[in-house]
Design a protein around this ligand. Structure first.
Ligand code: HEM
Length: 462
């Protein structure tokens, strides 16, 4: 039941939470963590556009999917709708100065410092490096047998972060950083619980994560110090160099702030893009007509169509299923006066599969994006408002470059008829079996393949 039409925002005075399932909290937590793409649609069918779910260790979470309700949250005042507070558990890992965990003025200042590194001109400069990395790695993907593609995509997007975001070019430092970054950014239960409970960090297996984090910090600080002194800083096209240039002058970012933002960018940008691409290849394999159109688009360099393919995959298979804002005061949302301390959560996955917003939402059809973009409350894989993903354009640029290379080289077939279900892994929803596909080399691709001597094996953590 959605009471929003019956109660105006100014009427209610006593606080109240919308109804929701009465299942025990451990059950709701497990359902949300592992299968939110099935649990939340079930709640919506039962309770309507606004409902409350409850999880262990978290404030009650009010899930929204009505466009007006979502707009209210995304355009609401930054001092009432706190996104950073909702990510507090990441603070031990990301530090005090992370874009993800800060709110209000501190967040605004950091966002201003980071923005130039993510604008259109900057993205065009990164695109060439991304294409080079894709050109080196795609030919190594195993062909002729069933392969879980997700780990290979994780290895590729990790390389992009190291070279394009950190700007590391020294091979020895890259070799040392790769395993450390994988360990630190793999937010499984070990990292999650040891972030919440510091005493666990002294014991295995958590100890290894926190030791890796310290070692990675040392390497990052060394990189930052060298970069500050670099004679070619003005010419360099990587995110760290851009952040340093944006901060030239009194208000620049300190070493500690730069370190926190770099870890944030790798955490937020590596697994998300790899997962979005894993779902894209999964859908392409299952849809022969779109696959052929995409292959033709790759051949003739039609990046607009490849972009539409990626966007449609993010619609059907959203990597992040909902975003969160913690209320700092009692606030009227969706016809309820929701108490301070609660979380309001505009859903991403629910509107994406709503037949009132997308014609035949179960069909994978990139043509939806051919004539412009759906509204920002219908299609919102990157969240919304002032906290919308700062890396949205980056990830689209990266995905298009990887799709272009991969579709020229390879053909993708499903390993079985059934759709691969999603499972929750930290904040993202990954393909349960790692996006298992059969890869075949295209007959005209051999001449384009390049052999590179030091293979970068994928992470085993998909
Ligand atoms: C397919 C890929 C990606 C998806 C689906 C995705 C999704 C999201 C979502 C849903 C949010 C929260 C928005 C909100 O609360 O309204 C977010 C925030 C963020 N993302 Fe992404 N993201 C992706 C790629 C990236 C990349 C490549 C980077 C950086 C290199 C990045 C960096 C960030 C950062 C720093 C934030 C915090 C922004 C803030 O609070 O101001 N993301 N992302």
């Amino acid at each position: 039941m959605d009471r929003s039409s019956a109660v105006t925002a100014s009427e209610p005075t006593a606080t109240a939470l919308p109804p929701g399932p009465g299942l025990p909290m451990p059950v709701q937590s497990a359902l949300f963590l592992l299968a939110r793409d099935r649990y939340l649609p079930w709640c919506r069918r039962r309770y309507g556009n606004v409902f409350t779910v409850r999880m262990m260790g978290r404030a009650p979470m009010v899930v929204l999917s009505d466009a007006e309700h979502m707009k209210r949250v995304f355009s609401g005042p930054a001092n009432v709708f706190h996104a950073g507070e909702g990510n507090e558990f990441l603070r031990p890992l990301l530090g005090e100065n992370s874009l993800l965990t800060m709110d209000e003025d501190a967040h605004r200042r950091a966002r201003r410092m980071l923005m130039p590194a993510f604008n259109g001109a900057a993205l065009r400069r990164y695109a060439e490096t991304v294409a080079t990395i894709a050109g080196e790695q795609v030919p190594r993907w195993p062909t002729g047998r069933i392969t879980a593609l997700h780990p290979w995509l994780q290895a590729l997007t990790l390389e992009v972060i190291l070279q394009v975001v950190f700007g590391v070019t020294d091979e020895r430092r890259l070799d040392r950083m790769r395993p450390l970054v994988r360990k630190v950014t793999d937010i499984g239960p070990v990292t999650f619980f040891s972030a919440l409970m510091p005493r666990l960090r002294a014991y295995p297996p958590a100890r290894a994560v926190w030791q890796a984090a310290e070692e990675l910090d040392r390497l990052l600080y060394a990189e930052i110090a060298e970069r500050r002194a670099a004679a070619d800083l003005e010419q360099r096209a990587d995110v760290l160099s851009m952040m340093l240039r944006a901060g030239e002058g009194a208000d620049g970012l300190s070493d500690q702030e730069l370190r926190d933002e770099l870890i944030t960018l790798v955490l937020a940008g590596h697994e998300t893009t790899a997962t979005g691409l894993a779902w894209t290849f999964h859908e392409l394999a299952r849809n022969p007509r779109v696959r052929e159109l995409a292959a033709e688009a790759a051949e003739r360099g039609d990046d607009d169509y490849l972009e539409a393919v990626f966007k449609e995959a993010l619609r059907m298979r959203p990597v992040v299923y909902a975003v969160a804002r913690k209320l700092t005061e009692d606030t009227d949302v969706a016809g309820y006066r929701i108490p301070a301390g609660s979380i309001v959560s505009p859903s991403i996955g629910l509107p994406h599969r709503d037949a009132r917003r997308f014609d035949r939402p179960e069909v994978f059809d990139p043509d939806r994006f051919a004539s412009g973009q759906p509204s920002s409350t219908d299609w919102l894989p990157f969240g919304g408002g002032i906290r919308r993903c700062i890396g949205a354009g980056f990830s689209i640029m990266e995905a298009v470059a990887i799709l272009r290379t991969a579709l020229r080289e390879l053909d993708f077939r499903p390993d079985r008829r059934r759709v691969e279900p999603a499972k929750g892994r930290g904040v993202v929803l990954v393909p349960l079996r790692g996006a298992r596909l059969q890869l075949r080399r295209r007959y005209n691709a051999a001449s384009r393949s390049r052999n590179v001597s030091s293979p970068i094996e994928p992470s085993s953590s998909a």
